[in-house]
Write a protein that binds this ligand. Structure first.
Ligand code: IPE
Ligand code: IPE
Ligand code: MG
Length: 251
């Protein structure tokens, strides 16, 4: 059954498909605790899954992948967990930037930078510069990210320019989250870990996103799971407020 999903999805991975997929990678802590391990063990495993999913994303027609790595509300967690998460991010950046260059992955970090360790920010900016020419996949990592905060800052930029047009607002949004380019809306939002909520992620960009929720914990997410989500996405009819084509023809 799983294999069937894989085959179907790969058929969609042609030049004409250019998807923006966003993932709320949830369930690391519970996954570890279910195995009698500390929560951080789940985060470490989760980072391995990120590596795998980034590698295979272009095979599924994904051209932009936005991953929720650390929300602005995650600062509320115990200091030790926050520190370990930040260290993990820094270490992965040091090792993965080279791979990203090799694989044509452009990396961007969306979120606030003023509350992060300056050494981490330096590593992030280095990764952004060194991968800026990547054409195969735009990987956006949301770190200290809050959609509401980004929206408020974009509104402030609009007010400063006294320009509230939709086109310009997309530019202000990109600027507010340090994204170098205006990114298309989210096509598919995946959340692992069983919860069915947005937790302040991409509130504007998900206006017409298809949602896919799974009970699978992020450390168990794999290629078959991605294939399943993409296959479900392709089975849905997106109408964007219009009516189905069939009903237009037949009245
Ligand atoms: C998601 O997993 C990763 C981050 C929020 C950093 P969690 O850490 O939220 O894992 P659960 O939801 O507690 O299992
Ligand atoms: C959302 O997960 C944030 C990330 C995955 C980085 P949370 O675990 O923080 O969200 P809530 O608390 O369940 O809403
Ligand atoms: Mg969680």
């Amino acid at each position: 059954m799983k294999q069937q999903f894989t085959l179907n999805s790969k058929q969609h991975s042609n030049e004409n498909v250019s998807l923006h997929v966003a993932i709320i990678m949830d369930g690391n802590g519970r996954w570890a605790q279910q195995r009698g391990r500390p929560r951080f063990w789940g985060h470490r495993q989760g980072a391995e899954v990120v590596k795998k999913i980034v590698e295979i994303a272009p095979d599924y027609g994904i051209s932009t992948l936005t991953l929720y790595a650390f929300s602005s509300d995650n600062w509320k967690r115990p200091q030790q967990e926050v520190n370990l998460l930040m260290q993990l991010l820094q270490r992965k950046l040091q090792t993965e930037t080279k791979n990203s260059i090799k694989n044509g992955v452009r990396m961007s970090f969306i979120g606030r930078r003023d509350r992060l360790d300056p050494r981490l920010v330096a590593e992030m900016e280095k990764a952004e510069q060194e991968t800026a020419h990547g054409q195969k996949l735009h990987l956006r990592l949301a770190v200290d990210y809050s959609a509401r905060e980004v929206l408020a800052r974009a509104a402030q930029l609009a007010a400063e320019q006294n320009d509230f047009s939709r086109e310009r607002f997309d530019e202000y949004l990109a600027k507010a989250m340090h994204c170098p380019v205006v990114t298309p809306d989210v096509d598919l939002l995946i959340r692992t870990g069983g919860e069915q909520r947005l937790s302040d992620f991409l509130l504007w960009e998900c206006a017409y996103a298809e949602f896919y929720f799974t009970n699978v914990m992020w450390p168990d997410f794999d290629e078959d799971e991605l294939a399943r989500a993409i296959a479900v996405f392709h089975s849905r009819e997106r109408r964007f407020g219009a009516i189905p084509q069939m009903q237009v023809s037949f009245g």
